[in-house]
Design a protein around this ligand. Sequence first.
Ligand SMILES: Nc1nc2c([nH]c(=O)n2[C@H]2C[C@H](O)[C@@H](COP(=O)(O)OP(=O)(O)OP(=O)(O)O)O2)c(=O)[nH]1
Ligand SMILES: [Mg+2]
Length: 129
Amino acid sequence: MEVIRVAAAVIERNAEILIAQRPEGAHMGLKWEFPGGKIEPEEDVAGCLKREIKEELDLNIEVGQKITVVEHHYHDKTVILHCHWCRYLNGDAKALACQNFKWVRLDELKQYDFADADRPVVRLLTEDH
Ligand SMILES: Nc1nc2c([nH]c(=O)n2[C@H]2C[C@H](O)[C@@H](COP(=O)(O)OP(=O)(O)OP(=O)(O)O)O2)c(=O)[nH]1
Ligand SMILES: [Mg+2]
C-alpha cells in the first residue's frame, strides 16, 4: 500500500485561518483541507509548505510550530499528515489549485466537511481555543 508524507498549513491571519476545498476529481475531491501537499524527497516540511502555499494559493507564509502528525489509512493509501501553524505574510489569495478557499474562525471549522485525516486536527484546533 502506498504511504505518502504530506504537509498541511494552518495559516493564521487576523484571528482567522484559511481552509481550502480539494479539486473535484482529486483524491478526497470537494472535501475541505488545510492546504499543502506531498513532501518531495529533498524537502523539509517548512520548505514544502512555503512552496505548496505559493503554488496553490499565491500566498507567502512563515512556517511555525508543529500542531500534530496524523497517520490516516484510507482504503487505497496511507497519509502521514504533518500539520503546522503558519503565519500569513503577504499576497492576495487565489484558488490556483483548489476548488475554493475560505478564511474562517476556529469555532466555524466544524461546519465544513473535512477529509477524514483532518478530523483529529479539527478536534485539536477547536478544543484548544
Ligand atoms: N494537503 C492536504 N492533503 C490532505 C489533507 N488531508 C488529507 O487527507 N490529505 C491527503 C489528500 C491527498 O491524498 C494527499 C495530499 O495530496 P495533495 O493533492 O495535496 O498533494 P499535492 O498538493 O502535492 O498535489 P499533486 O501534485 O500530487 O497533485 O493527502 C490536508 O488537510 N491537506
Ligand atoms: Mg495539495
